[in-house]
Design a protein around this ligand. Structure first.
Ligand code: NAP
Length: 310
């Protein structure tokens, strides 16, 4: 199957790239991947995606993006790309179903995944008081008590951000030294609303089952294993993200953490004709709206590249 533009990944970046490429008459193919719709399909309320006066649901928003991409002429395929060849032209991508896709240009929008602790209770309350994104969900915890887990830049930034809403923010870290930059540490340690709990791991999240609702957490000391109880209404896990770039290793330039490197103010990667958009190249903003913006940029850049070829 040959396309002028092959889009790999189906989050806001991928669908937006598809909408723009389709409207440029490039008849793009989009291969969705394992979790069609991406990270927004595991959230509930979305209030920060512009264009909607009322609260919308993450899965619904992604369905709408898929429908829009399809309606303007994207060939959407429910499959998973497992290997790519960027050395020969046209580019090729082979899927789990055994299909081979060839393309003049490729847009990588495979996203990233928040790391989770792996607790059953964490999964049970995900979207119902447990979140991996304070920017997305902090607003729902106005005058409530919350806990943030982690000791890196993300955890400290999330804790500081949450002080605008929450009455109290507890930061739980498994050691007694933060990994975050010194300036962020200073802000955290001097903030009246933040309480740091050192040498502890989150052991369990508990609450009501129906409707799901977090009421507190059990913390386990990493020094002596003792358990303590903390009453909170929300839990923010901020222990890092992993970009979904495994299949592109050695094929495009990446940083030490596996994020794809693009030229400044652009989605151009180290391979001419290959573009990267969204969380797969962004560890700073990680928002649906910024990913969508980058998807638009990637399609416009791919269009320019293809018209050059023609
Ligand atoms: P990170 O730097 O890898 O930090 C992850 C934190 O989570 C660490 O403190 C780690 O503990 C803890 N952790 C990991 N697994 C855990 C587990 N299973 N249980 C409990 N704690 C666990 O991740 P990040 O904060 O998301 O940052 C990722 C990258 O993005 C970094 O390069 C960061 O500088 C960058 N970033 C930059 C900014 C900014 O410049 N404003 C903002 C956000 C992120 P240990 O310390 O014990 O390992």
């Amino acid at each position: 199957m040959h396309s002028k533009v092959l889009i790999i990944g189906s989050g806001p970046a991928g669908y937006t790239a598809a909408i723009y490429a389709a409207r440029a008459m490039l008849s793009p193919t989009l291969v969705q991947g394992l979790q069609p719709g991406g990270q927004l399909t595991i959230t509930t309320d979305v209030e920060n995606y512009p264009g909607y006066g009322d609260v919308i649901q993450g899965p619904w928003l992604m369905e709408q993006m898929e429908t829009q991409a399809k309606n303007v002429g994207t060939n959407i395929i429910n499959d998973m790309i497992k290997s790519v060849d960027f050395e020969n032209r046209p580019f090729t991508a082979v899927s789990e179903n055994g299909d081979t896709y060839t393309a003049d240009s490729i847009i990588i929008s495979t996203g990233a995944q928040a790391r989770w602790l792996g607790l059953d209770s964490e999964q049970k309350f995900q979207g119902y008081g447990v979140s991996a994104c304070a920017t997305c969900d902090g607003f729902f915890f106005k005058d409530r008590e919350v806990v943030v887990v982690g000791g890196g830049n993300s955890a400290v930034e999330e804790a500081l951000f949450l002080t605008s809403f929450a009455s109290k923010v507890h930061l739980v870290h498994r050691r007694d030294t933060l990994r975050a930059e010194k300036i962020l540490q200073d802000r955290l340690l001097n903030h009246a609303k933040i309480n740091c709990i050192w040498n502890n791991q989150l052991d369990e999240i508990y609450g009501e089952d129906s409707p799901p609702n977090v009421q507190g957490v059990k913390l386990k000391s990493t020094l002596d294993g003792s358990i303590t109880d903390l009453k909170v209404d929300g839990v923010f896990i901020a222990i890092g993200h992993d970009p979904a770039t495994q299949i592109f290793k050695g094929k495009v330039e990446m940083d030490d953490e596996g994020y794809i490197i693009t030229k400044p103010d652009s989605t151009v990667t180290s391979v001419e004709g290959v573009y990267a958009a969204g969380d797969v190249k962004d560890k700073t903003f990680r928002q649906a709206v910024t990913a969508a913006g980058m998807g638009c940029m990637a399609a416009l850049e791919a269009e320019k590249y293809i018209s050059g070829l023609e």
